[in-house]
Write a protein that binds this ligand. Structure first.
Ligand code: GLC
Length: 743
């Protein structure tokens, strides 16, 4: 039983009042350091280890197992943070236990996977990235933080910044796709949205860069599998988004499950100390992924949990998620001299600093406020933003004969398929506290927009998975009775996300067979896809009249899709990932290198016997209901001084009869390098709006940093020489010019 002392947040208030001077900002830093020093001087080794321990509550399950005595652990001061616990009331109760029932009353951190919205659910990250709208992405994170902090949360395990080129990997759904530059821009926007300018602001929360590092490149696309790559590829393709958000003052990093260079990321001194701390100067704290310390034993890198704990803390891991390894063994390891108390103190300080910055020592209950919860969660304003953001994430993949947009006066629509009237799948994987019963189905969205004007002949047709043709006849009848057919096809939400890799990425079940039967009727067939990854769609691309990629759009799905179907919004999304023709092409991505035998008509060149090298849909691709014309590129110079700048401009014209948005993309290619360089690399983009007939000049300014890469000596350098520069509407449709980078 602990001797009762005055809870620390009361002591802090006194401490701050006594210590404050007129230079509040400077002294507040001094005050913060002195407060942490003073608190740590009070702490026993066990209490310090408690701060390094994170357990899940049983309110949500996001991993292999739950410990059933986390409440007892909180009361005993053996826990510093809890995840998967939210609502103002529940967090307040858990916080009360920590603050009032432990010796020092150190407040808990509450973390959760707020990945694409908290209660109001936005498009899955792959979908939000398809908007290429960084302001909208930042605002979605800001709204998510406002809702999450209104429910007592302090910390989100987002953004996931794992670059990936493998749609077999289920977590591609949570990613921003294959490009490091685009992933970095999205990650920056999300961190700004979550963390704002001041962590003491009640509407802001700690963000997490995950999963460090290279988790998105598992062998064969199988989740948790081995990752093997060169340090060149790691530095140039997979680390840049992590490095970029250090500049946004990201608060925490989360280690990846995988090994890299033969070392599990959770025990990698190279990643967690050399790169993250020494090279990048990261000052926040590092948390593991779910029991990833323990998993160094099956990795074959640690003899047992105790050995794993020693490896992790000495590599640079500050907080143990759910593994209880630090709790069980760190004190012993200190006694045995295998872990220094200075190492533990460093980790404890990093965590206490974040609690201080959140204002938890002044008022541990400040985020757990039922009044704010009632006012800020799922407001009309949030839902209105969600609908607009969801529309922007939709990608128009095909639109033969401008079958879309549909006329307001269309008399009858056959609405067929397992995703047409299905609420649960719409909020996707990692939907956290999202309430799918509030999501708007496609069927409801069309009804909301068309009312009695249009007869909707709905037929399920088939389910996502079952080999069941019993619904085909009704679907065919619905199609025969209708002017136009809309087929809503895709995957279940759980077929992507964590632990959801697929070896084949066709439409599951008999959906494609039903599609083939429906198109035989000769009616226009519009396919609306809902899923968490690229699928192999050559057959649909050949036979459908139009195809909309809608990912999982979240709470307002049906209304957002209806807005696009009927032209209230002109689709502007662009693919953040390449769509393969078949699974055998994987990994296929736009920023590949040329090889010594690039594909040509000759036999002995790099190609397949049975499929083209080209993807079905390329990175950056997406159509519009209008058309855009690009002028030739104008350069400010064709000889760019290495310490100077180069301006590249185009004039983009809306040559159609409808307002539209266009994502103007800029790519470069270094023709000769000290290492082989990619055919194209995205170096800039700008989303612009154009009225019919309107023209706009778009200018990009490049410096050497936009041309630089990590060379064989791990130096970030630009190399003088010849470059191609491309600007266009996708990675496959560009204007091209050339320039030289001078010494
Ligand atoms: C999961 C995921 C990670 C998530 C964590 C907590 O295993 O890998 O992304 O943040 O556990 O739920």
């Amino acid at each position: 039983m602990h001797k009762k002392t005055i809870p620390y947040f009361i002591l802090l208030s006194l401490f701050v009042m006594l210590s404050c001077t007129s230079e509040k900002q400077d002294s507040s830093t001094g005050v913060m350091d002195r407060f942490i020093d003073d608190l740590m001087n009070q702490m026993t080794l066990e209490e310090k280890i408690g701060q390094l321990t994170l357990y899940t509550s049983d309110m949500d399950h996001t991993g292999p197992f739950i410990r059933d005595h986390y409440l007892e652990d909180i009361r005993a001061g053996r826990v510093g943070a809890i995840f998967n616990a939210y609502t103002a009331d529940y967090t307040r109760e858990l916080q009360r236990m920590a603050v009032e029932e432990t010796r020092l009353g150190i407040p808990l951190l509450f973390g959760y996977d707020v990945i694409h919205g908290h209660r109001t659910i936005f498009p899955i990250p792959l979908g939000e990235t398809a908007s290429w709208d960084m302001e909208a992405i930042e605002e979605s994170a800001r709204i998510a933080a406002r809702e999450a902090t209104a429910e007592g949360l302090h910390w989100t395990f987002s953004p996931m910044v794992d670059v990936t080129r493998d749609p077999r990997w289920g977590r591609i759904a949570e990613s921003s796709g294959e490009d490091p530059f685009l992933t970095a821009q999205v990650a920056r926007a999300k961190v700004r949205g979550y963390q704002g300018d001041d962590l003491r602001d009640l509407h802001t929360m700690l963000a997490t860069a995950k999963h460090f590092a290279a988790y998105g490149a598992p062998q064969a696309g199988r989740d948790y599998h081995t990752v093997d790559m060169s340090e060149l590829v790691l530095r140039n393709k997979f680390l840049p988004p992590f490095k970029a958000i250090i500049e946004e003052d990201i608060a925490t990093f989360m280690t990846a499950f995988n090994d890299l260079f033969g070392v599990p990321a959770t025990g990698s001194e190279y990643l967690l100390t050399q790169v993250l701390r020494e090279e990048w100067g990261f000052e926040g704290f590092v948390v593991t992924d779910y029991t990833s310390i323990n998993e160094m034993v099956p990795h074959g890198f640690a003899r047992d949990d105790k050995h794993a704990g020693e490896l992790a803390i000495n590599a640079g891991v500050d907080m143990d998620m759910q593994g209880a390894v630090y709790n069980d063994y760190l004190a012993e390891l200190v006694e045995e001299g295998k872990v220094s108390e200075a190492t533990i103190d460093q980790a404890v300080r990093r965590i206490l600093l974040m609690k201080y910055k959140l204002g938890l020592f002044e008022d541990p209950y400040r985020y757990s406020d039922p009044q704010r919860e009632a006012e800020l969660v799922m407001t009309e304003e949030n839902l209105e933003f969600a609908r607009d953001f969801s529309r922007k994430s939709i990608v128009l993949l095909k639109n033969d004969d401008n079958v879309l947009p549909l006329s307001d006066d269309v008399r009858s629509i056959a609405l067929i398929g397992p995703m047409a009237d299905n609420q649960r799948d719409l909020i996707g994987s990692w939907s956290a506290a999202g309430d799918y019963t509030k999501s708007v189905t496609l069927r409801q969205g069309i009804i909301n927009r068309q009312g009695e004007r249009t007869r909707i002949n709905y037929a399920l047709g088939t389910t996502v998975l079952d080999e069941d043709r019993s619904g085909f006849a009704a679907a065919l009848r619905a199609a025969a009775q209708s002017d136009v057919v809309i087929m809503a096809l895709g995957e279940h939400y759980w077929q992507s996300g964590e632990a959801a890799s697929r070896s084949m990425i066709d439409l599951p079940g008999l959906q494609e067979e039903l599609f083939d039967e429906i198109v035989k009727l000769g009616k226009p067939v519009i396919v609306v896809l809902m899923k968490g990854r690229p699928l192999t769609l050559e057959n649909l691309d050949e036979k459908a009249s139009a195809i909309l990629e809608t990912w999982f759009l979240g709470t307002t799905t049906g209304d957002a899709i209806a807005d696009v179907l009927f032209g209230d919004y002109n689709p502007s999304g662009k693919l953040p990932v390449t769509y393969p023709r078949n699974v055998g092409q994987i990994p296929i991505f736009y920023n590949a290198r040329n090889t010594g035998r690039p594909k040509s008509e000759g036999k002995f060149t790099s190609k397949y016997l049975d499929v083209s090298n080209s993807p079905l849909y390329p990175f950056g691709y997406g159509l519009s209901y209008t058309t855009f014309d690009y002028s030739d590129i104008r350069l400010s110079t064709t000889q760019m001084p290495i310490n100077g700048t180069l301006e590249a401009s185009v004039t983009v014209t809306n040559t159609g009869d409808r307002f539209g948005e266009e994502v103007v993309q800029l790519y470069t290619r270094q023709l000769v390098g000290s290492i082989t360089r990619p055919l194209m690399e995205l170096r800039g983009f700008e989303k612009i709006t154009l009225d019919p007939g309107e023209s706009r000049e778009v200018t990009f300014e490049l410096t050497w940093k936009d041309l630089a890469f990590y060379n064989a000596n791990n130096q970030f350098r630009a190399e003088p020489g010849e470059f191609h520069l491309f600007i266009g509407t996708s990675s496959a449709e560009v204007k091209q010019t050339a320039f030289s980078l001078m010494e």
